[in-house]
Every structure is written in C-alpha cells, then in structure tokens.
Write a protein that binds this ligand. Structure first.
Ligand SMILES: CC(=O)SCCNC(=O)CCNC(=O)[C@H](O)C(C)(C)COP(=O)(O)OP(=O)(O)OC[C@H]1O[C@@H](n2cnc3c(N)ncnc32)[C@H](O)[C@@H]1OP(=O)(O)O
Length: 519
C-alpha cells in the first residue's frame, strides 16, 4: 500500500476562497483567502487523503456571492482495496449548492456578462452608511421571509463552516412565521464598478439575528385571572408583538475586511435596532467566541461609559452607618455601595443582558480606582486583607468593596458548585477567580483606554481571566479534566445560558442548532 503521508493534503491550505468581479476580458480575483477551519467538512484532523497538489477553489461574485467550485490536483491516488481518495464532490455537495458545480467557463461567462449586476442593490433596506479608511460602506437589513434575503444568505452561509466554530447554516425552508423571526444584516462596500456593467456593491460580511422567547412576569392585574380566551391563539396574534430577546446567531466579517471596525459598526447597528424596538427586552448572543466577546465588550463599554460618568457611578467607600463597629455585618451592603436602582434602569434602557451589564459595570468601577491602588498597579494585597473595609484610604476601601461585589456575583452564579467545597477551599476558589476576572478586565481596560486616547493597540494576552475560570476551578475540584476553548481575555456572558428556560415549542421553532456545546 502507498505511503499515506505522501497523499495527504492540509484541507485549510487546499481550500482557496476567492472573490471575483468582471474584468476587461474575463473575471478577475479581487481577494483570495484560506479558511480558518475545515473540520466540519473534512473531519477533525482537517486533512484530505488521496491527492497531490490539491486545490479546491471556491469563487464568489463580489456583489451577489454567486458561487463556483473548482477542484484541481496534480495526481490522484489509485484505489487499493479499501484505501481510496476522498470523494470530494460527494463531501462538498453537502455544503455547497448544486448550482456551484458547473463548468468554469459557464460561470465566468455569467459573471462577465451579468446584465443585472449594474442595478444590483443588497436585499432588504439600507439602514446605515459609514466610512472606514476612506472607503464607503453600507449596512442593509431584511427579513428572512424575503426571498432575496434568503437567496443571498444561502450563498453567504457557505462561509460558516470555514470561519464560525461550531456554526451550522440556517434552515431556509421553514414556515414563514418562523422565518419572520429572523433579520439578516449585510455589510457592503460601495465601490467604483470595474466595468460599465458591473455592480457597485461588494460583500463584506453579515449577521443573522432572531427574536427569542422571553419569559416576562404577568402584569399585576392579570395575576391569578383565569381567562376564557380562544385557544390556540387567534390567527391575528403577531409573534413580533410579544416581548422578546434579540439574539445574534451568526456574525462574520470576511477576512480581507477584518480589523477595520466593520464588526463594531454592525454590532452597534444591531444594538441600536434592539434599543429602538419596544418589544425587545435585551440583546443576547448565541455562543460567542473569544474575538466576538472582545468586540462586544469593547462596544458595550464605550456605549455605556459616558452615561456611567455622567451619572457619576462609583463605589461608595463608606457603605455602613457611622456607628457600625469594627466588625463587618454579615450581609453585603450592596444597595449602599452602588446605586442599584439607577443601574437597573440603565440596564433596561441600554437593553444589555444582565451578566454582560455586570461585566461592563465591574470594568468601569475598577477603572475608577486609581491604578496604583489595584493589584496590577502594585497595591498591598496583604494589608488590604487585614484592614478590609476599615482601610484608611477611601480608594483602598473602594478596591476592597470592588472585589467583594465581584465575589458576590460569582458566588451567586456558581453557588451550587461552590457549596460542595469546604469553606476554606470555597474562599480560596472565589479569591482566585476574582483575581483572574480582574486580570481579564485590566487587559481589556488597557485596550479600551488606549482606544479612547486614539492609539492603535492590539489585545494583550493574559492568563485565564474569565468567569469561566470559576467554572474551571470548580470543575477541577470535581475531578473533571478538560475545558474546550477557554477564553484568555474576554469575559463570558452566562446570560446566554438561559437556554434552559427555553421551552420545547420554542426550541423546535428555532431554525438553528446550537453552535458549540456549552462547557
Ligand atoms: C455569535 C457568533 O457568530 S461568534 C463568531 C464570530 N465570528 C467569527 O469569529 C468569524 C471570523 N471573525 C470575524 O468575522 C471578525 O474577525 C469578528 C466579527 C470577530 C470581528 O470583526 P472585525 O470587523 O474584525 O472587528 P473590528 O475591527 O470591529 O474590531 C472590534 C474589536 O474587536 C477586537 N477584535 C477583532 N478581532 C479580534 C480577534 N480575532 N481577537 C481579539 N480581538 C479582536 C478588536 O481589537 C476591536 O477592539 P477595539 O474596538 O477595542 O479596538
């Protein structure tokens, strides 16, 4: 049997994604890039057996993403017994529309002579225009019930297995009422058409967002009242009028356009739509990855920052009345430490999910403590441990209370696991976790502050710095071994774990399967 190594190609190298537009004589490539992942298609080791010099080239028209697939290789392995080259057409047909498997010359002819390209506009409605690096961009949005939106999304979804870990394409032939729950956002660059008949739009990225069931408390006057209304609900009941969360399911900026602020633009537009919609209670994210978390934290921080400042939100360093003795009362004086009512109103106004709001608030409150008074600035932690809320300096006291507030949230979140630990272990785990969370915040604050000052930065890497570390600590205590995809510097949002609230009917109504198993 042949040496398998000679016949194995790296699938991420073999797959080439190219964007094409009409040229003088024939279509030209404007961008070429490789996928980040191919494991959903070719298996965990991302290898293709049976070829030498394999190239799987996927072409996309820059404006409407019309797709073509072309497979070429230098040599193909001749089958011996059970060993045979991977059947590429068979595998790829599960991921790429049948219409992409045409002759290259036909595809190139269609791109070059597309008479409709000139009048092409992205589907849906234009909702926002902006400039980045002196280039013009537009964000369009439309309902998934719109055929043109569905057609474009069907083509765009080919990118999912290549760039969104654990992502699955949406099912697009669901009943209309289900499709109506989805809004699809597209970012396009407005370009000078390369030929007189070419399009002036070039695809940049997209996001899918859906309305998600939200359990709200019945109104006071409805409590305990048995009604004789018709069941099932009358036809005219509009799902779009019921209270809902907005949930971002997929979010992708194509690699040639990443790092230019398009992700932030799109996130902010979706957030604004959420704030403007009276039926929407909050914005949540389905299985965000590390990079998306940074984007979200950055956007939310900058959106809330000015209001926090304006309202002078800060930790009260003297939460106890004068006559409280040296000993700290048992209960946390949360409402005296921070203006909880005001903060609840702010959260409702900005429609940020509870845990995400807590992260942003904690980060902001930390930033209000002078750096030299924080662990990262060399604060004397041993002294703080002894003096606690009796420290002389009010910023020392603020810092003490800051850690207590974070511990309180972490404890509430992981109470079930933590109460299984002995008290000293519990205290130690909480302390370790708050330190990790704080390091994560410090790393983000460095980036955010630098941005405020208009400096170019990159995100510094730190050790585990998320609430996930809490889960990890507790998991380790339980003897479990591994966690998949730990985030290094982003802060986890466990609001998205409310999925347990989701009832069966709602679950089946969703058109997308979970992207990643929860850890
Ligand atoms: C819900 C989901 O779908 S989760 C999956 C998200 N999608 C993906 O991972 C697909 C591949 N990646 C992408 O599409 C893009 O890189 C995105 C969406 C993650 C980011 O979009 P971009 O346009 O590149 O981000 P943008 O330029 O607006 O940067 C926004 C912030 O995120 C940070 N950021 C962007 N990419 C990364 C990254 N890979 N790692 C860490 N931070 C990042 C930036 O530093 C920036 O922070 P700042 O505002 O403090 O400077």
């Amino acid at each position: 049997m042949a040496n398998q190594g000679d016949w194995t190609c790296d699938a991420n190298d073999a797959v080439q994604l190219t964007l094409v537009q009409p040229g003088e004589q024939k279509p030209v490539t404007t961008d070429i890039f490789h996928p980040q992942f191919t494991y959903p298609i070719f298996g965990d080791d991302e290898q293709v057996f049976g070829y030498k010099g394999l190239i799987i080239r996927l072409r996309f028209a820059t404006h409407d993403l019309r797709t073509h697939i072309h497979i070429s290789y230098d040599e193909k392995f001749t089958a011996v017994g059970d060993a045979a080259a991977v059947d590429l057409n068979k595998i790829l047909k599960e991921w790429v529309a049948e219409s992409a498997f045409t002759k290259l010359s036909d595809y190139e002819g269609a791109i070059q002579n597309d008479t409709q390209a000139m009048s092409f506009t992205p589907p849906g409605k234009l909702i926002h225009s902006y400039k980045s690096k002196d280039r013009n961009y537009e964000i369009w949005a439309g309902s998934l019930a719109d055929t043109a939106v569905r057609k474009l999304l069907e083509r765009a979804q080919v990118f999912i297995p290549f760039f969104i870990e654990g992502g699955t394409p949406l099912v697009l032939d669901d009943p209309e009422w289900t499709l109506e729950r989805w809004t699809i956002y597209f970012i396009y660059e407005k370009v000078t058409p390369p030929t007189p008949t070419a399009s002036q739009y070039a695809f940049v990225g997209y996001s899918t967002v859906y309305r998600w069931w939200f359990y709200s408390q019945p109104r006071e006057e409805d409590k305990g009242v048995v009604k004789n209304g018709a069941f099932p609900y009358p036809e005219e009941l509009q799902l779009s009028t019921l209270p809902a969360r907005l949930r971002i399911a997929q979010f992708l900026i194509l690699p040639p356009h990443q790092g230019s602020g398009h992700g932030s633009q799109l996130y902010n537009i979706i957030h604004k739509a959420c704030v403007a919609d009276k039926t929407v209670v909050e914005l949540t994210i389905e299985d965000p990855n590390e990079a998306f978390d940074v984007l979200r934290d950055s956007s939310d921080y900058h959106n809330l920052y000015q209001d926090f400042l304006k309202q002078d939100i800060n930790i009260n360093p003297n939460p106890y009345p004068e006559n409280t003795g040296k000993r700290r009362p048992r209960l946390m004086p949360t409402a005296s430490l921070i203006p909880t009512q005001k903060l609840t109103e702010m959260r409702a106004k900005y429609k940020v999910a509870p845990t995400q709001f807590a992260h942003i608030l904690e980060m902001y409150l930390l930033s209000r403590i002078p750096h030299r008074k924080r662990a990262s600035g060399g604060a004397n932690m041993a002294s703080l441990l002894i003096k606690k809320h009796n420290a002389n300096d009010e910023d020392d006291r603020r810092y003490y209370w800051w850690r207590m507030l974070v511990k309180q949230r972490l404890y509430k979140r992981s109470r079930d696991i933590l109460i299984q630990l002995d008290l000293p272990d519990r205290i130690q785990k909480l302390d370790e976790t708050v330190t990790n969370v704080e390091e994560g915040y410090e790393a983000l604050l460095t980036v955010f502050d630098a941005r405020e000052k208009g400096r170019a930065t990159s995100v510094p890497a730190t050790s585990d710095s998320t609430d996930e570390a809490m889960a990890a600590a507790a998991t380790v205590a339980e003897g479990a071994t591994t966690m998949r995809a730990k985030r290094k510097y982003a802060i986890e949002d466990e609001d998205d774990e409310d999925e347990d609230d989701e009832n069966e009917e709602d679950r089946s109504a969703r058109t997308e399967a979970a992207k990643r198993p929860k850890v």
